[in-house]
Design a protein around this ligand. Structure first.
Ligand SMILES: [Zn+2]
Length: 317
């Protein structure tokens, strides 16, 4: 059976439904929120309110993007998923160095140690303490993807180790990989590195590349076979919407490689925290904008349903 690993268990891939490919549902207190207080999203109650609205508007699944010890909380995600019937995928992996203190294990663990931690999160269960201390106690909820990040065109020694560990964990478990590109840059470098370590590029999702809305850059990326997740749709303050332009220009040539997300990692973007535009924006306003530009029903289904299902299905061929 082809399956997606949600926080509440494995489900057949064709049951995932309408999916946002890169979200932040919970960001708990940690170094990241101390340095960047804007990112604090701790509330299960607000999570339930927002995701219930998303479900009412037709949404069925979200991929959370906070990896180990950066504010991830698997138990809170499980609670929100249970209360709303929205499938939630929870990642393992490691974020950029700036989200951790200087002595953090992610800065000095070997590739083998890192990959062991990722694999255990995927196969055995996520650590109740989120790999924040010496004791590890695994809960039954498991990670469904590996989230990694690079900070621009150049991939540092630390991040290179993390990419290599993610590649090993991917080959071993079949788990898909979601990457953060800084301001959309460095996509081709990430692809080259993952591919050189044997990663199946159909199982790689690059985030935020629409922050560099250069059409040739995007054609080069998509020609490698990776998937992309665009999440600036609601952020542009310009007269035109470059994310909308990219989707409309690329969807015919690369119908099975483009996904959307909000990446709404701030309470000020959430209705339940009193902000705007709210997580239903892509299903409502932005879907209307795409349809007005000629997006067909079949193309809409690919962006929100079949491409996320394919990308986040475990590779167990
Ligand atoms: Zn994100």
């Amino acid at each position: 059976m082809s399956f997606v690993r949600t926080i509440l268990g494995d489900i057949p891939s064709d049951e995932l439904g309408v999916c946002y490919a890169h979200e932040h549902i919970i960001i708990d207190n940690n170094v990241a929120t101390m340095r960047f207080p804007d990112f604090y999203l701790p509330s299960v109650e607000n999570g339930i309110e927002e995701l219930a609205r998303f479900h009412k508007d037709g949404g069925r699944a979200m991929v959370d993007s906070m990896p180990c010890d950066s504010g991830r909380n698997a138990l809170k995600l499980a609670e929100i998923s249970k209360a709303t019937n929205v499938h939630i995928l929870c990642p393992t992996g490691v974020h950029l160095g700036k989200y951790y203190d200087d002595g953090h294990w992610s800065h000095h663990y070997s590739v083998d140690r890192l990959s062991e931690l990722f694999i255990a999160d995927i196969q055995e269960g996520i650590d109740r303490f989120d790999y924040s201390g010496p004791c590890v106690e695994r809960i039954s909820n498991r990670a469904g993807l590996i989230k990694i990040a690079s900070g621009g065109v150049e991939i540092t020694e630390r991040n290179r180790r993390i990419f290599e560990a993610a590649a090993i964990a991917h080959v071993d478990t079949g788990a898909p990989i979601l990457t953060h590109t800084e301001e959309g840059k460095g996509a081709m470098e990430q692809v080259a590195l993952l591919s050189s370590h044997g990663v199946d590029l159909r199982k790689v999702v690059l985030s935020h590349t629409d922050r560099q809305p250069d059409i040739e850059y995007h054609r080069d990326i998509l020609q490698t076979g990776v998937r992309v997740e665009y999440d600036s749709a609601f952020r542009w303050k310009t007269e035109t919407n470059p994310t909308l332009d990219l989707v409309m220009e690329l969807i015919s040539d690369f119908p099975d490689q483009i996904m959307l997300g909000m990446d709404a990692a701030r309470p000020s973007y959430w209705k339940s925290y009193g902000g705007a535009p709210g997580l239903s924006y892509l299903l409502n306003e932005f879907s209307q904008m795409m349809r007005a530009r000629g997006l067909s029903e079949q193309q809409w289904q690919r962006i929100f349903v079949s491409t996320p299902a394919d990308a986040y299905t475990f590779n167990n061929d």
